[in-house]
Design a protein around this ligand. Structure first.
Ligand code: UD1
Length: 353
């Protein structure tokens, strides 16, 4: 009899990671997909399923917006019902989103073993919502699959058993890139002459002083800056009474697709972001990334010199110094494996089922 695995996803970064896994599991088991509905706009969800050819979810809980606890509570009820009905042999959860946490909690309560993909990442600050999710999920999972050796070491130092280094699924996914040059020509962007930026973390968007500083600093860099606006950022931007017409160097976009985002990163002069995924994608494309955060869950990137942590008020001076010095970057280390994470994960998973 074929084994049954349920994957639980709900937000953009989860979709990118499930894509290589769903392909890898095809034909090897019954693989069902539960979408919590945490990200529900078409350009935050549907476009990823289409572009990455992820099978249509078997169920969408459509939880929508609300406070973190409210949304997680709704997810728990829906996931619990689905798991009762399906009784899978394993549940896979991805990354560190609220959907990851809800998926793991509901599974643990039914004694269904959990495989946590992207386990062991730690930024060391429990005020970061994703950090709480990572710690809890790692400690209730049966299998912890670490994207880097440093993540594996974090798990070992917290005495988490059954942890393995697998490499990062995002490298598997990035290899599928079909560049979309139209996104450059549409906005008259020339390769290596513009900055790609994105901001969505609550501590940047929900603090009016920080958000204003971020936008005025990026507007004053002396380069064209292209920013796909996350719904959270858009909402706060409007709430502050900011107006796009007053930022003449910024090209404001709606959320863009995965391939469009990778195309823009790959061709940028540099990247400014607070995103967990974009900091890695910039590294893989050898584009320096100014990370508007106090800490990152991948300190390997900072140590390598390719990722520079900056406060909003340091964005302009750090970028200017980088341009002036024409900083040369060191050879890269393959912290995240070689792009075969999905097959490694599948091998480990079936050994444990
Ligand atoms: C979530 C993840 C974060 C990830 C990010 C990628 C958590 C704790 N955080 O943050 O790790 O980097 O996704 O995008 O899970 N909204 C819409 N339409 C949508 C989705 C969201 O309008 O399709 C609005 C909602 O009003 C919501 C707000 O954006 O309140 C924030 O969304 P939420 O999913 O809570 O967190 P993200 O900031 O997207």
């Amino acid at each position: 009899m074929k084994r049954k695995i349920v994957s639980i996803v709900g937000a953009r970064p989860n979709f990118i990671k499930i894509a290589p896994i769903s392909l890898q599991l095809k034909g090897k088991c019954v693989h069902k997909i539960l979408h919590t509905g945490q990200h529900y706009d078409d350009d935050m969800s549907k476009v990823f399923f289409k572009e990455l050819r992820i099978p249509k979810p078997d169920i969408n809980l459509n939880v929508g917006s609300g406070s973190d606890s409210e949304v997680i509570a709704k997810m728990l009820i829906g996931i619990d019902r689905f798991l009762t009905q399906e009784r899978p042999d394993f549940v896979i959860v991805y990354g560190d989103t609220n959907s990851t946490l809800a998926g793991a909690l509901a599974s643990a309560k039914q004694n269904i073993p959990i495989a946590h993909i992207e386990a062991g990442a730690r930024c060391g600050n429990k005020e970061v919502p994703e950090e709480i999710n990572r710690i809890i999920v790692d400690h209730i999972s049966k299998l912890c699959l670490a994207p880097t050796k440093e993540c594996l070491q974090n798990l070992k130092s917290e005495n988490v058993s059954n942890s393995f280094f697998t490499g990062d699924l995002m490298i598997d996914a990035i290899r599928w890139l079909k560049e979309d040059p139209k996104i450059l020509s549409k906005y008259k962007l020339r390769s290596k002459e513009y900055v790609y930026a994105s901001f969505h973390r609550a501590y940047n968007t929900d603090d009016s002083k920080r958000l204003k500083t971020i936008f005025s600093a990026t507007n004053n860099l002396g380069f064209k800056v292209v920013i796909p606006m996350h719904p959270r950022t858009q909402k706060e931007f409007k709430k502050l009474g900011l107006n796009e017409v007053n930022f003449n160097n910024i090209i404001f976009l709606k959320p863009i697709s995965y391939f469009q985002s990778l195309t823009l990163i790959k061709n940028a002069k540099l990247v400014i972001s607070d995103s967990g995924g974009i900091q890695k994608e910039s590294y893989w494309f050898k584009i320096p990334c100014f990370n508007v955060r106090n800490e990152t869950e991948h300190p390997e990137l900072v140590k390598s010199g390719w990722n520079i942590l900056v406060k909003p008020e340091q964005i302009k001076s750090s970028v200017e110094e980088f341009i002036k010095k024409q900083t040369q970057y060191k050879k890269q280390i393959r912290f995240f494996g070689d792009g075969n994470a999905a097959s490694t994960i599948s091998r480990i998973l079936f050994k444990y089922i």
